[in-house]
Design a protein around this ligand. Structure first.
Ligand code: SAT
Ligand code: MN
Length: 589
């Protein structure tokens, strides 16, 4: 058969380079999924878990060197290096193609090449984006079927046109020395080789829906963000939608699926999305948000029936587990799955595939579940609305043992953009590298912004000028600790109390006090009934420590200085003004 459509031409070209034994066009059907799973069970790529307890669910153990995103091997390849910015690794596009071209040459010999048409966004919406991933990993195909609208639906929408975003992926030899995740935003293309894991390999997720989409969003006047989306229902039944940016493995999934301890008073949470958020200005002048994904790729450790009962219910069937442990009964197991036990039952197989005998965790700290979104009991009836949901609150949040109070509100949009730009967070196991180190992670987009972060802030500021009715912006921190290293705030479901305060701020009914950093709740304005939280603890949660903030301000200044002349003047001004309010100046370092 000779190629006629642009897609067929691209597939032919890639096959000429990678030389697969066979090519399979994926239709996204259940039969295809079952066929793939049978093949993977036969060759050991998948292990079946107990199907009485977890129907149609499977476990994959990835290569031990391939268990998280590898940010140091992720590149933005623009003609001009400054367009990628100091926030990205950069390579010249021609050089990147030469380098990876050599690695892709013949890499699929003896393997099957899968062509995966998929859609990010709500099918039928003019804002949905069609992607096509070519991969030699059936594990990737199976995950993409859960995470995206995959197969015929996307192919039909594409027709014989050329409006698709190509992504080429190969496991290569899985060597970290030959692992690269390359983005070519100017031609809307991704090339990824050498990793089969998560955001490195499921190209619809971080590569298309954040790195390339952030670039397209700037050109087209919208926002592509690393945010969960939830709806907070109040006692009158009205639902207020909130989007929140938190770095990977900082609780976006738990927040989006929160079970409210204030349910009796009429406050409950509806889930719209847990990781990615595309926002556009609606005809009514508000910002409207869509979750472009179709599933959750959530962190397993710590998830249990108390911390996240909705996730536990959702992942109980049709799920793929990656790098969790397996009990002798064939049940997936991870640290924290059972609040009553610290170690797995005797005879449990760890994520390496060996009988666990401690002391290392049995499940990898970045082990994951891939689960269809519509299985979540709290999924919003509006999660697939083409227009999205109207956003009233945007929150930025980090994992900070000190410095950042439980919650504060920005004065206005420009101040809110600065609050997002100044965000910091302690690193987690979601990316390779040291865990627990404070780093600046603006808008939780540091690993995902597909262009110069200074231009990205400029785009946020510009959006603010164009949104007649912008959401209020807040900063939250569930992770503040006391001097003994214990968390001050119970977190999880109790975070609804903070959501409620934000809702009341938007409505103008909750009190706040002006501080140098922003508007902090008065202790009385937070509903803390039944929490048994001593007043000293509440004070510690809300405290703005002058010495900590002076240091924070300098650290922010050093970070922002990297962007040189490209830094928007409004961000520099916001930083100056914060320094004045804190009574510190650049000279006082
Ligand atoms: O590995 S992923 O990038 O898909 C998950 C995450 O780190 O947020
Ligand atoms: Mn994420």
């Amino acid at each position: 058969m000779s190629a006629t459509t642009p897609l067929e031409h691209w597939v032919e070209e890639v096959a000429g380079m990678t030389r697969p034994d066979r090519i399979v066009w994926c239709d996204g059907s259940e039969e295809e999924y079952q066929r793939l799973m049978q093949g993977m069970l036969a060759d050991g790529t998948m292990v079946a878990v107990n199907h009485d307890a977890y129907p149609n669910s499977y476990l994959h153990r990835s290569d031990p060197s391939d268990v998280a995103r590898t940010e140091h091997l992720t590149y933005i390849c623009t003609r001009d290096k400054d367009d990628a910015g100091p926030n990205n690794n950069w390579m010249d596009p021609a050089e990147a193609k030469r380098k990876l071209g050599t690695l892709f040459e013949g890499c699929m010999r003896g393997r099957t090449m899968y062509v995966i048409p998929y859609m990010m966004g709500v099918p039928g919406s003019p804002h949905a984006k069609i992607g096509v991933e070519i991969t030699d990993s059936p594990y990737v195909v199976a995950n993409m079927r859960i995470m995206t609208h995959m197969g015929t639906v996307a192919l039909d929408a594409l027709g014989s046109g050329d409006d698709f975003i190509p992504g080429l992926h190969s496991l290569g030899d899985l060597s970290p020395d030959r692992r690269f995740i390359m983005h070519f935003p100017e031609e809307r293309l991704v090339w990824s080789i050498g990793s089969g894991y998560g955001g490195n390999a499921l190209l619809g997720k971080k590569c298309l829906s954040l790195r390339l989409a952030s670039w397209m969003a700037r050109e087209e006047g919208w926002l592509a963000e690393h945010m969960m989306i939830l709806g907070l229902e109040d006692p009158s039944g009205e639902i207020t939608y909130m989007a929140g940016a938190f770095p990977s493995a900082c609780g976006k999934t738990n927040l989006a699926m929160l079970v409210s301890p204030l349910a009796e008073q009429g406050y409950r949470v509806w889930t719209v999305g847990d990781d990615i958020c595309w926002m556009r200005i609606g005809k009514d002048g508000r910002l409207w948000a869509v979750n472009p994904e179709n599933g959750f790729f959530g962190v397993a450790p710590g998830t249990n029936t108390q911390t996240n009962p909705n996730a536990m219910a959702a992942l109980g069937r049709n799920s793929i587990f990656t790098n969790v442990a397996l009990t002798p009964d064939g049940l997936p197991w991870w640290e924290g799955i059972d609040p009553e036990r610290k170690t797995p039952p005797p005879g449990t197989i760890d994520w390496h595939g060996k009988v666990w005998n401690g002391p290392a965790p049995a499940a990898h700290p970045n082990s994951r579940f891939t689960t269809p979104a519509d299985q979540c009991p709290s999924i919003s009836p509006h999660w697939q609305d083409q227009a999205g949901v109207p956003i009233s609150v945007i929150m930025f949040g980090g994992r900070r043992a000190r410095v950042a109070p439980l919650v504060y509100q920005a004065r206005d949009w420009a101040h809110g953009v600065f609050v997002g730009a100044g965000m910091g967070s302690e690193t987690t196991a979601a990316a390779t590298g040291k865990v627990g180190v404070m780093r600046r992670d603006p808008m939780a987009m540091r690993p995902f912004c597909g262009y110069n972060m200074a231009d990205y802030w400029g785009h946020w500021l510009e959006m603010g000028r164009r949104i007649p009715n912008p959401p209020a912006i807040f900063h939250v921190n569930w992770f503040r600790k006391d001097d003994n290293g214990d968390f001050l705030w119970p977190g999880f479901g109790q975070n609804v109390r903070v959501l409620r305060w934000m809702l009341e701020r938007v409505r103008g009914t909750a009190d706040a006090v002006e501080t140098p950093v922003g508007l902090v709740p008065t202790p009385e304005s937070l509903d803390l009934d039944g929490l048994d939280l001593a007043p000293e603890k509440v004070a510690a949660l809300l405290r703005i420590d002058p010495a900590d903030w002076a240091k924070e301000w300098r650290d922010q200044g050093d970070y922002l200085a990297q962007f040189g002349d490209r830094l928007p003047a409004a961000i520099r001004e916001q930083h100056d003004r914060l320094g004045q309010r804190l009574g510190v100046t650049a000279g006082s370092r």
